[in-house]
Design a protein around this ligand. Structure first.
Ligand SMILES: *Cc1c(COP(=O)(O)O)cnc(C)c1O
Length: 456
């Protein structure tokens, strides 16, 4: 046996011995054993036992064009052979990097014309964080540097990313958040809206921003950051009143609006970007994930003219960048990915066809005793699990409810994610109606199973 095939027969043990996984209790994972995914095609992945799964989660919110797209593989191979790497630091660039920057901005609003490239969504958040502070300092306001973010938001895992995020269990590890970052509430009506209507609650939590700015002093606040729809926090779609009020407040108080498009970007919501769905205009917008459909790692920050003109014409050197900023092979993969999204009209498909179809399928689950509410925008959706719908009473053990549904679905060939008592959906944008039917059927069976378990 070659070393490789000897190793392959024993991958589980090697993984347990040598590989530390992200966001995992390694002792538990090693005891349970990891699943080894070997192959993907369309909306399906296959493990090393040949078991086939419908990937209702597009990898990790990212495989928008589905698996096995030879066009991307070939574009990557061509670029690898031509020029596998060159930097963008010292007055140089590469063809795919330039073309990608132009292509991305062509789909954003008229006020967004520039991109700064990074290797990931976390780096993108670190990048705009410095940009925002540099912007205000350059305009003579160095004290305007605090950033307001939200509880239960997610902006990545670097020190800035995890600080901006509002995950308590992340802050507890590493003494976060860093200084200069504070959090306000989230627009999670089902869980936190009490007796208010969704519209009233949306306004109430938006106005926490105004109160926080006034508490800190407008001259001390650089920016507010939020995901259009919270992803990792549980696909929480805000009430309609929320975003317009946020945009109004940012304008009235003269702070930058940063919209984290890492999940919502590139068709997920049925628009090119999530902010377009909600009709707001960001000053800065981190991107990653669907930008390359995960075929290679790449992220960036979309920069509005407001910030861009200052950054380009007044700052001088912006002392920031990554070895792989604008990596030519990653850019080639992203460029081909965006060509596919354009040519196959995937954004329109999500908006007009499969998005509404998924929403209707999920809605049909609302007759189930365990389903309190479903929310779906484009192909980003959640099913809220509940113990008693009458008064939105949630399970004592929220994690268990979600895990029971998820594990049953997994055993029946559907990959979903559970965040507490919310089941999350984010399938590839190429998913078909019959594949959506399968997701709904398997989910219903999972709910039946979990309902029985939770009743004891
Ligand atoms: C995934 C994610 C990030 C972090 O991106 P990485 O590529 O994992 O660093 C940032 N923001 C949001 C909204 C995300 O979902």
């Amino acid at each position: 046996m070659s070393n490789l095939s000897a190793a392959a027969s024993n991958l589980g043990a090697l993984d347990a011995a040598h590989h530390i996984h992200p966001f995992s209790d390694m002792q538990k994972l090693n005891a349970a054993g990891t699943r080894i995914i070997e192959r993907g095609e369309g909306c399906y992945i296959f493990d090393n036992h040949g078991k086939k799964y419908l990937d209702g989660f597009a990898g990790l919110w990212c495989v928008n064009v589905g698996y096995g797209r030879k066009e991307i593989t070939e574009a990557v191979m061509r670029q690898m052979n031509e020029l596998p790497y060159y930097n963008t630091f010292f007055g140089t660039t590469t063809p795919p990097t330039v073309l990608l920057a132009q292509k991305i901005t062509s789909h954003a609003g008229p006020n967004i014309n520039r991109v700064f490239f990074t290797g990931s969504g976390s780096e993108a958040n670190d990048t705009w964080f410095r940009m925002a502070r540099v912007y205000w300092a350059t305009l003579g306001k160095p004290e305007k540097k605090m950033v307001i973010a939200r509880r239960n938001g997610y902006h990545g895992s670097t020190v800035v990313g995890a600080s901006l995020g509002g995950m308590k269990y992340m802050h507890e590890q590493g003494a976060l958040p860093i200084e200069g970052i504070v959090h306000i509430g989230q627009p999670y009506w089902y869980g936190e809206g009490a007796d208010l209507s969704p519209a009233e609650f949306g306004l109430k939590v938006a106005r926490e921003l105004e109160a926080k700015i006034d508490e800190l002093g407008e001259d001390n606040v650089a920016a507010f950051v939020a995901e259009p729809i919270q992803g990792a926090g549980g696909v929480i779609v805000p009430p309609e009143t929320y975003w317009p009020e946020i945009a109004r407040i940012c304008k009235a108080r003269n702070i930058l609006l940063v919209v984290d498009e890492v999940i919502c970007g590139f068709g997920r919501t049925g628009q090119w970007f999530g902010h377009q769905h909600f009709g707001v205009e960001p000053d800065l917008a981190p991107i990653a994930k669907g930008l390359s459909s995960g075929y290679l790692p790449i992220g960036g920050v979309m920069v509005s003219d407001r910030v861009g003109e200052v950054l380009v014409n007044e700052v001088g050197d912006f002392n920031h960048g990554f070895t792989y900023s604008g990596h030519p092979v990653c850019a080639a993969a992203a460029l081909e990915n965006l060509r596919i999204i354009e040519d196959e009209k995937l954004v329109e498909r999500v908006r007009d066809d499969v998005g509404p179809y998924l929403a209707a399928g999920l809605k049909s689950l609302e007759d189930h005793p365990m389903v309190g509410q479903t929310q779906c925008v484009g192909l980003m959706a959640a099913v809220q699990l509940v113990e008693d719908k009458a008064d939105r009473k949630r399970f004592e053990d929220k994690e268990k409810a979600g895990i029971e549904v998820r594990n049953h679905c997994l055993a029946n060939g559907l990959v979903l994610r559970a965040t507490g008592d919310r089941m999350l959906y984010s399938p590839p944008l190429v998913i078909s109606r019959s594949e959506i039917d399968d997701m709904i059927t398997i989910t219903r069976n999972g709910l039946d199973h979990a309902w029985k378990v939770m009743q004891g």
